[in-house]
Design a protein around this ligand. Structure first.
Ligand SMILES: [Zn+2]
Length: 251
C-alpha cells in the first residue's frame, strides 16, 4: 500500500489552513521552489474524478486503492488541487501514478501568484466533491488536516513548512536473503558436523557407496566449532560476520 507523498517537491507553504481564505477548511497553498510555475506530483496512484474549469481548474484525484495515513489508518484518500492554468492534459477517468507530474502551479481563479491550492479528504470522492463552508468558500468533502494525510521523504525539499510537521517515510530496511547452504567454504577449512569418535567397524565399511569419503575425515585435525546460536524453529536468520570470521553450521 502506498503512503501519500507531499505533492510539491519544494515545500513552501504560503498559506496554512483555518486562516485567511482557508478559514473553515484544511486547505493549504504551496508556491514551490520560486515564483515561477512548478509541477505537482501525484501523492498516490489514483484516478481523476472531477475537473471543474469554471473557477480555478480544480481537479479531484481519488486513490485507486486504500492508502496508509501517517497514524496508521488505512483508507482511500481524495485530494483537490487548484490554480493550474491549463488542465487540457487531464480528463475524468485518467489514471495517474504515484510521483507522476500531472498538475502545475498557476494563477487560475482567485490567486495572486503562482501556487497550488490543495486539500486532502478522507475516503473516496463523494457527492459533488466539495461543499460551501461557513465562510462561503468551497472546500473538499471530508476534509482532513494535511499533516494527518501526507508524508515526506528525502525527495521533498522543505523550504517553509509553515510550522507544520509531516511524518517522514523511513527507508525500508532490507534484510539480505542469505541462502545459507550456498555460503562458500574454503578448501582448507574442515566443516565438521560432529567429531568422529568411533572408528569405522568392518560392518560399516561397505554398507554404503560413499564409505571411502567418510573415512578420510579421520585424518583431519578436528576443531570443535564454538556453537553460539541454536535455532529454536525453522526460519531465515541473518548473521553479521566480520572479515576473516568463519561460519560453521551444525545440524
Ligand atoms: Zn488556497
Amino acid at each position: 500500500m502506498e503512503k501519500p507523498i507531499y505533492p510539491s517537491p519544494y515545500m513552501r507553504i504560503t498559506q496554512g489552513y483555518m486562516t485567511g481564505t482557508h478559514i473553515d477548511s484544511y486547505a493549504i497553498d504551496d508556491a514551490g521552489s520560486d515564483s515561477g510555475i512548478d509541477f505537482i506530483v501525484a501523492p498516490y496512484t489514483g484516478v481523476i474524478k472531477k475537473i471543474y474549469t469554471g473557477d480555478a481548474n480544480e481537479v479531484w484525484l481519488e486513490s485507486s486503492e486504500p492508502v496508509i495515513y501517517p497514524d496508521g489508518t488505512v483508507d482511500y484518500m481524495t485530494m483537490m488541487f487548484a490554480h493550474d492554468n491549463d488542465v487540457s492534459n487531464l480528463f475524468v477517468g485518467k489514471v495517474i501514478n504515484r510521483g507522476e507530474r500531472f498538475y502545475e502551479e498557476g494563477t487560475k481563479g482567485n490567486a495572486s501568484g503562482n501556487h497550488v491550492h490543495m486539500e486532502c479528504g478522507k475516503g473516496k470522492f463523494t457527492g459533488s466533491g466539495w461543499h460551501q463552508n461557513s465562510a462561503g468558500y468551497f472546500s473538499i468533502n471530508n476534509g482532513k488536516n494535511p499533516t494527518e494525510c501526507l508524508w515526506i521523504d528525502d525527495s521533498i525539499t522543505v523550504l517553509n513548512s509553515n510550522g507544520y510537521t509531516f511524518k517522514r517515510i523511513e527507508p525500508e530496511v532490507s534484510v539480505p536473503d542469505i541462502p545459507i547452504e550456498d555460503i562458500p567454504v574454503e578448501d582448507d577449512t574442515p566443516v565438521v558436523e560432529e567429531p568422529v569418535i568411533e572408528e569405522p567397524t568392518d560392518t560399516d565399511v561397505g554398507d554404503s557407496d560413499n564409505s571411502d569419503t567418510t573415512n578420510t575425515d579421520t585424518s583431519v585435525d578436528v576443531v570443535k566449532p564454538k556453537l553460539i546460536f541454536t535455532c529454536k524453529s525453522d526460519d531465515i536468520y541473518a548473521i553479521e560476520l566480520k572479515a576473516g570470521q568463519k561460519l560453521y553450521l551444525e545440524n
